[in-house]
Ligand binder design. Structure first.
Ligand code: SAM
Length: 287
C-alpha cells in the first residue's frame, strides 16, 4: 500500500500494520494529490537526478518522486515503518530507504557514489517541523552541492526565509538561506491537506543555489557568526558578537566602524554583504 493518500487508507494501514502516528517525529502525512504534484513539479526530477528525501513516512511522496527521478534515497527515523518501506523498496528498484536520524547522518558519505557518478543531487521533503531549522542548516552547511531544495515547512518559517532586511521576520535563517541561494514560494498548503492536521499553515519553498555574489572566506564561521548575531534580537551587534572573538567591546566597535558598520545596530538591519564583511574580518580574531 504505497498510495496512501486518503485518511481512510491511512487508518486501514494503521489497523493492518499496528502502526501508530508519532507526534514526536512530526508525523503529518500528506493526503493532498495537488500539493504532492506541486512538490514533484518544483523538484524537476529526471533520470540523471538523485533525490534525497528526508522522512518518507508512508512513502507517498517517495513513490511519486520515483516515477520521474532516476533514484530516490530516503532517510526515515521511525523504525516501525521499516517493513512497509522495505516493501516499497522491493517494488521500486530506484528507491533506497535508510533508517537513521537525518540530523546525524553524514550526507557526503551517504551520497558518495552519486557524487562520484556526477549525478544531479536534489533534496525534497515534507519536513518534520520540529527540526526544520537544524535540518535546513545541516543541508546548507554540508559540502554536498545540491541543485535545489524543495521543502515543505511551517508557513511562518517559510516567510522568515523569504524576508527582506529590516522586518521582524528577517533573521539568521533568512541570511543563511539567501547566502546559499535564491528562495521562492512554490505554494501554501492548509492543514486540511494532512493527516493528522497540523495546527499551523504550511508552505513549500524551493531554494536554488546561485553563483555566489557574496563569498566569504570561511562559511562555517559565517554561519556561526549569523547565529550569534541574532541570538538576542534586542541586543546590539557588538553585544551579541562579543563572545565570538578575542576582542574587547571597544576593539570590536572600532573594527566594525572600519567596515562602516555602527556596532549599535541590530542584526536585523544588516544586509548579507555586510555580514560577509564582518565575517571575513572577525575570523582573524576568532576564539
Ligand atoms: N513524506 C511523508 C509525507 O509527505 O506524507 C511524511 C512527512 S512527515 C511531516 C515527516 C517524516 O519525517 C515522518 O515520516 C517522520 O517519521 C520523519 N522524521 C522525523 N524526524 C526525522 C529525523 N530526524 N530523521 C529522519 N526522518 C525523520
Amino acid at each position: 500500500m504505497s498510495n496512501v493518500t486518503k485518511v481512510q487508507q491511512i487508518k486501514e494501514f494503521m489497523a493492518q500494520q499496528g502502526f501508530s502516528i508519532k507526534k514526536k517525529f512530526g508525523q503529518n502525512f500528506l493526503i493532498d494529490k495537488n500539493a504532492l504534484e506541486k512538490i514533484v513539479t518544483a523538484t524537476e526530477p529526471d533520470n540523471n537526478t538523485t533525490v534525497l528525501e528526508i522522512g518518507p513516512g508512508l512513502g507517498v511522496l517517495t513513490n511519486k518522486l520515483a516515477d520521474s527521478a532516476g533514484k530516490v534515497i530516503s532517510i526515515e527515523i521511525d523504525k516501525t515503518l521499516e517493513s512497509h518501506l522495505k516493501e516499497l523498496e522491493k517494488k521500486r528498484e530506484n528507491i533506497n530507504v535508510v533508517f537513521s536520524d537525518a540530523l546525524k547522518l553524514d550526507l557526503s558519505e551517504l551520497l558518495k557514489k552519486d557524487i562520484s557518478e556526477g549525478r544531479k543531487l536534489k533534496v525534497t521533503a515534507n519536513l518534520p517541523y520540529y527540526i526544520t531549522t537544524p535540518l535546513l542548516f545541516k543541508m546548507l552547511e554540508s559540502k554536498v552541492e545540491f541543485e535545489s531544495l524543495t521543502l515543505m515547512m511551517q508557513l511562518e518559517v517559510a516567510q522568515r526565509i523569504l524576508a527582506s532586511p529590516g522586518g521582524k521576520e528577517y533573521g539568521n535563517l533568512t541570511v543563511a538561506v539567501q547566502y546559499y541561494g535564491e528562495a521562492s514560494m512554490v505554494t501554501k498548503v492548509p492543514p486540511s491537506c494532512f493527516y493528522p492536521q497540523p495546527k499551523v499553515d504550511s508552505a513549500v519553498i524551493n531554494i536554488k543555489p546561485r553563483d555566489k555574489s557574496v563569498k566569504v572566506l570561511d562559511e562555517t564561521f559565517f554561519f556561526r557568526l549569523i547565529k550569534q548575531a541574532f541570538s538576542k534580537r534586542r541586543k546590539t551587534l557588538v553585544n551579541n558578537l562579543e563572545p565570538l572573538a578575542d576582542l574587547s567591546k571597544c576593539e570590536l566597535t572600532q573594527i566594525l566602524e572600519e567596515l562602516d558598520i555602527d556596532g549599535k545596530r541590530r542584526a536585523e538591519t544588516l544586509s548579507i554583504e555586510e555580514f560577509a564583511k564582518v565575517s571575513d574580518e572577525l575570523i582573524k580574531y576568532v576564539k
